[in-house]
Design a protein around this ligand. Sequence first.
Ligand code: 0A1
Ligand code: ZN
Length: 848
Amino acid sequence: MKDAAPETIYLKDYTPFGYKIESVHLTFRLHPTATRVISKIAFAPNPEATDKRFFLHGEELSLISARINGETITPRPVEGGLEADVPEVPFVWEAEVEISPETNTALEGLYMSSGMYCTQCEAEGFRKITYYPDRPDVMATFTVRIEGDQPVMLSNGNPLTAGEGFVEWHDPWPKPSYLFALVAGNLVNHPDRFTTQSGRDVELNIWVRPGDEGKCAFGMQALKDAMAWDEKTYGREYDLDIFNIVAVDDFNMGAMENKGLNVFNSSCVLASKETSTDANFERIEGIIAHEYFHNWTGNRITCRDWFQLCLKEGLTVYRDQMFSGDMRSHAVKRIEEVLQLRARQFREDNGPLAHPVRPESFVEINNFYTATVYEKGAEIIGMLRRLVGDEAYRKGCDLYFERHDGQAVTIEDWLKAFEDVTGRDLAQFKQWYSQAGTPRLKMSEEWNDGTLTLTFAQSTPPTPGQSEKKPQVIPIAVGLIGPNGDEVVPTTVLEMTEAEQSFTFDGLGARPVASVLRDFSAPVILDRAMDDDTRAFLLAHDTDPFQKWEMGRMLTKDMLVAMIADDAAPAETALDAIKTVLTDENLDPAFRALVLGLPSEDDLAQTIFDAGQTPDPAKIHAARKSLRHTLAIHLSDVFPTLGRQLETPVFVPDADGSGKRALRHALLALETLLDGGKAARALFARADNMSDQGASLQALLAAGLGQDEIKAFEKQWENDRLVMDKWFMMQVSFAAPDKAASTALALTQHPDFTIKNPNRFRAVFGALAGNHAGFHAADGKAYQLLATHLIQLDKINPQTTARMSGAFETWKRYDADRQGMIRTELERILATPDLSRDTTEMVTRILS
Ligand code: 0A1
Ligand code: ZN
C-alpha cells in the first residue's frame, strides 16, 4: 500500500531533473508472476538543472542488480524509489528488476487481462515496471526487446527484428515514460493501410482477442478518417511505419495514446450493429480520434509536469469534438457537449472537488483526470479560437507545433504562440486556467429608441482554496431576432473583460429579441429574466441551434421546477412549443430528439439547490415522471405518423440513421407509458441491432415492465461481456427508487459479477450513483452499499475506487438526514486501514 502521510506536490516547486537521457534499452522476459525487466539507460548531466540528486522512481519492484558503467553498485532505497551516486559525466545505468503482472489488479504498470500482458503507464505507472525518472519532462528514445512465447508481442515505434521467442521494437521519437506500452498475447488483427499526405505508407492494425475480429471495421474506418482529418485541418501527419490499436477487457479508463500503440478499453473500440448502440458507435469514433490526435498534442509535444495535463487533454478533447462535428453534425454535437459539461463539469465546479483547469497542487495525479481538466479545458480552447478567429487559431497552432516539437512544455508556451501570432495580451485570458468555479453571468437589457443595450455582470462563487475571484475574459456570442422572426443582427462576439459591462446595438427598427451565448460561447451560467412566450419565440425562430435547443430546455426545466415546488400543472405554452419543434420536418431528427429530452433529476436537484432550497429526490423523480406522462398524452396523436417517417430499414451508424433512431426511441419511451408496452415489445422482438433492442428494453424498464425481456436478453448475450455490461447497467439505472439498492445488491450476487473488471463494477455502481432518486432513497441503503463496495475495491483497484467516490460529491445539496448518512459512509471509508492514497485524497476533499 501507499505511504501513510501522503505528500502534496506543488506546481510552484517544479525543478528540472538533473540528467538527460540519450537512449533507453529495455528487455522484458515475460512470466505471469516473475517477469524480468532489464534496463540500460544512457544518462548525461543536464546543464539546465541545479539539483543533481540522482533519484529514480520505483514502486513494487524487486531489485535484482544495478550497475553504473558496468560496475555493480548498491543504490540507496528511499521513499518512492532509489538514489545512487553517479559520475559528473555521461554514464550508463543498468538494472534488472522482477515484477508480477498476474497479481497486479490495480491495472497500472504491467498487468494481465484475459491472459494477455498489457501496460498502462500514464500518469505514473512506469515506475512499477522499472527504476526510472518517471516524469513527463524526461524524454528519450526507446528500444524494447520482448522475450516470451506469446504469439503477438508489441511495443511502441517500428518493428526492428523478430525471431524464435523474441521481438524488438524501436521508437525513434523521444517520449516520456508515460507513453511507453507493451502488449503480448494471443491476439488477431484487423489490418489496413493508410497513405499520408507526403506519401508515407502506414500499416494499421486493430488487435483483438480471437472471436472479436468482426467488431473492428468501424474503429478502423474512424482511425483512417481521423488521420485524414488531422492532415487537412491541422496539417499534422503520422510519423511511424505502423500504428497499432489493442482492445483490452480490463482497463481503468477509456483508452490510452501510447506512441504508435494505443491501448483501448474494449468497450471503446469494439463495435458491431448487433452489440453496439448508436451512442456506442459515436463514442468509439470520438475516442479513436482523440487517442490518434494525441500523437501531436501530447506525444510529439508533451507536458512539462502533470499540472499541465490540460495542455494535452483540453486541446485534444477540443480537436476530437471538432472532428466529430465534421463527421456528424456540429449542432447536435455541441448540444451533447454542453449536456455533458453541465452534468459533469458544472457539477464538479459547484462542489468540494472544484479545482482549476490547471491545478496548483495534488496528492495523487490520477485524481485529476477530471471533467474540469478535459471538458472545461476544451472549452478554453474553443474560447481562445473565438477570440482570435479561425485564421489566427490555425497560425498559432502551426507556430506551437513548429516551436515545441520534441519538447515538454507548459500552458504559458501554448498561449505565447497565440500572443506572438496575434499581438494580443492573453494575461487575463490565462485566468481560465487558474480560477476554479463556474462564472455566473447576470444579464439585463434596455430598449431606448432604436438602441438595445445589454448589460452583463459576472461573478464566480468561492471554491476550495479560492475565496476571491477576478473578472474573466468572456466571449459572449449574440444575435438579434426581429419581431417577425427574421434575424436582424447575425452572430457577433462581445468580449467581456470587466466585472460589469454594457454593449449596445443601435439603428434598430423595432425591439428585437436577443439570442445570447450562442453556440454556448463560454462555460458560464447565464442568468437572464425571460418569460415563456419569449422562450417559445426563440425556440421557433432562433437561427442558432444551440440557443434554439436551450430555449426548449429552459421551458421544460422551469415547468418541472414549478411542478416540484407546488405541484403546478405543466404549462400549455411549453407543451405546444415542444410539439411544434417535434413535428417540424425541416429540423434534423437528432435535434428534435434532444429537444424532447428532459433535464436530468441531478440537474434539477442542483437547480433547486442553487435557488436556495433543499432538493427532495423523491419529489423530483415524481414530477419528472408525471411530466413524461403528460408529454406522452400531449404527443400521442403524432406517434404513428412520426414513427413511420423515422423507420431505418437498414442499420447504418451514421448521423442520419442514428438521429432518426434517437427520435423514434424517445417517442417509443413515451408511447410505452400509454400502451402497456405493446410497441416496445414488438420492436424488441424484431430488433436486428442493439440500438433498437436496447432502447425498447429501456422503454419497458422505465415503465416498470420488461422482466421477461430482461431474461431473454441475458440468455441471448450471456457470452458477450460488453453486452452483459449493458444488461447489468440497465436494470440498476431504470430500477424504481425504492428498488435501486436491492437490485444492485442482487446483481452483485450474479455469477458474472466481478469487482475486478472496472467496466462491470461501473455497470452496477455507476448506474446506482446515476439513478438519482434510487441513490438518494431515504433509507440510505444505496449509500451504504456503494461505500461497502468501494472499501472492497480499494484493496484491488485504488484508481477506480477514487473515481467512483465522486458519486458523493454533491452531498451538501441534500437535507440533514441524508447528509448525516453520507457523512457516516464517507467517514467509514476514510477509517479503513491501509486506504489508498487515491481514495484518501478524494474522500478527504469531498468531506472538507
Ligand atoms: N490519456 C488518456 C486517458 C488516460 C489517463 C490515465 C489512464 O490511466 C491512469 C489511462 C488513460 C486519454 O486522454 O485518453
Ligand atoms: Zn486524452
